[in-house]
Design a protein around this ligand. Structure first.
Ligand SMILES: Nc1ncnc2c1ncn2[C@@H]1O[C@H](COP(=O)(O)OP(=O)(O)OP(=O)(O)O)[C@@H](O)[C@H]1O
Length: 351
């Protein structure tokens, strides 16, 4: 059974078995209705988040990453519906619940306590009218019956945990008086205050400069080791994936087109889209031409098809260098190509 600590700030090394699964999403379809049009924002997504590990979900803008995470949290816009699929989440007590079908009352108990979320922009979660201390205390007392003084002590330890200097003084600060990096640390403290079992991080470092970004990634890695939580990390940046992930799921036009352990994905991608994305990672040595020192990036030609008008076959066919007739006729299923490695490509042997 998963280990738990009432106080995450004093949690020791938690045990995490790599083959235990925290979240298994199978065949998830989340569609939007816009008038008479259906937008298949998420269409047959399979994902596995292993216990104590980080699964990075990567893909271009509009590929369905955020809609996937909002489906897991059941925080979708009213125009969106989960039309199919299961999301098996292993709770703290070891029981498994299907988040696609759980009652709203059950979801309210899970959100914040067992699954927490952090966003790109901390101000979407932080209230500008309250001090950061009050917000963390409020969050703790929402889920636990402890005194305000005890909750304040815990809030201070949470700020310490996310490496904020002078935490006692900082508790009385308002979010706007803090830097972007510090606000992101506060949001992490807020998310982790109830010791979640799964943390969903949606582009949490995108708005930060590179140095602060590296510090926040390092912080998340350390906290994960100390608290044993699983992380679903959403990003469009494969460089960040290499830094943080154990496993990677690559999304394209509402589908996961490849999932693999991070080393396998970078060393031997088995989908042409993944290979294309890897080729786009800036590499100063490779990408400078001798004459002008100019960067020669190789973005993938073409663009993602609209999710309101997806083609019959593989959605990547129009951009794919390996395309054959079958690709335009039939959408490939997820095909297992190795241990924990699967791809949606008819030509996977030739990638
Ligand atoms: N409220 C909405 N109403 C209609 N369509 C939506 C809505 N929210 C998202 N979509 C559509 O769902 C698709 C997936 O969007 P999503 O935000 O999940 O992409 P993403 O991969 O997270 O992109 P980004 O990296 O830009 O955040 C997009 O085509 C988008 O237009």
């Amino acid at each position: 059974m998963p280990q738990m600590h009432a106080d995450p700030a004093s949690a020791g090394l938690a045990s995490a078995t790599s083959d235990a699964v925290t979240l298994k999403v199978t065949g998830l379809r989340t569609h939007f209705r816009i008038g008479s049009t259906i937008a298949k924002a998420v269409d047959d997504v399979d994902l596995t988040v292993r216990q104590g590990k980080t699964l990075a979900v990567v893909g271009e803008s509009g590929s369905g990453k955020s809609v996937t995470s909002l489906s897991i949290m059941r925080l979708l816009a009213p125009s969106a519906t989960i039309v199919d699929g299961t999301m098996a989440f292993t709770r703290r007590d070891g029981t498994v619940v299907d988040l696609a079908r759980a009652k709203n009352r059950v979801m309210r108990g899970i959100r914040g306590q067992e699954i927490a979320m952090i966003f790109q922009e901390p101000m979407t979660s932080l209230n500008p009218l309250y001090t950061v201390g009050d917000q963390i205390i409020e969050m703790i007392r929402l889920h636990e019956t402890i005194s305000r003084a005890e909750a304040r002590g815990r809030a201070r330890r949470m700020l310490e945990l996310v490496e904020i200097a002078s935490p006692e003084r900082r508790l009385d600060d308002y979010p706007h008086s803090m830097s972007g990096g510090m606000r992101q640390r506060v949001m992490i403290a807020l998310a982790l205050a109830c010791n979640p079992f799964l943390l969903i991080a949606d582009e949490p470092t995108t708005a930060l400069d590179v140095t602060i970004q590296a510090q926040i990634l390092e912080l998340l890695r350390r906290l994960q080791q100390e608290m044993g939580m699983s992380i679903l990390f959403i990003t469009h940046n494969l460089g960040v994936v290499a830094e943080i992930a154990d496993d990677v799921a690559v999304m394209y036009a509402g589908k996961v087109v490849e999932q693999a352990p991070v080393n396998a994905l970078f060393k031997a991608p088995r989908h042409p889209y993944t290979k294309g994305l890897i080729a786009c990672i800036p590499d100063p040595a490779r990408d400078r031409d001798a004459a002008g020192g100019r960067r020669l990036l190789s973005p993938i030609p073409g663009s993602v098809p609209s999710v309101t008008n997806l083609p019959k076959g593989c959605a990547y066919a129009d951009r794919c260098p390996l395309v054959v007739a079958k690709c335009r006729e039939e959408s490939p299923p997820l095909i297992a190509v190795g241990a924990l490695h699967s791809t949606r490509c008819w030509r996977h042997e030739d990638v």
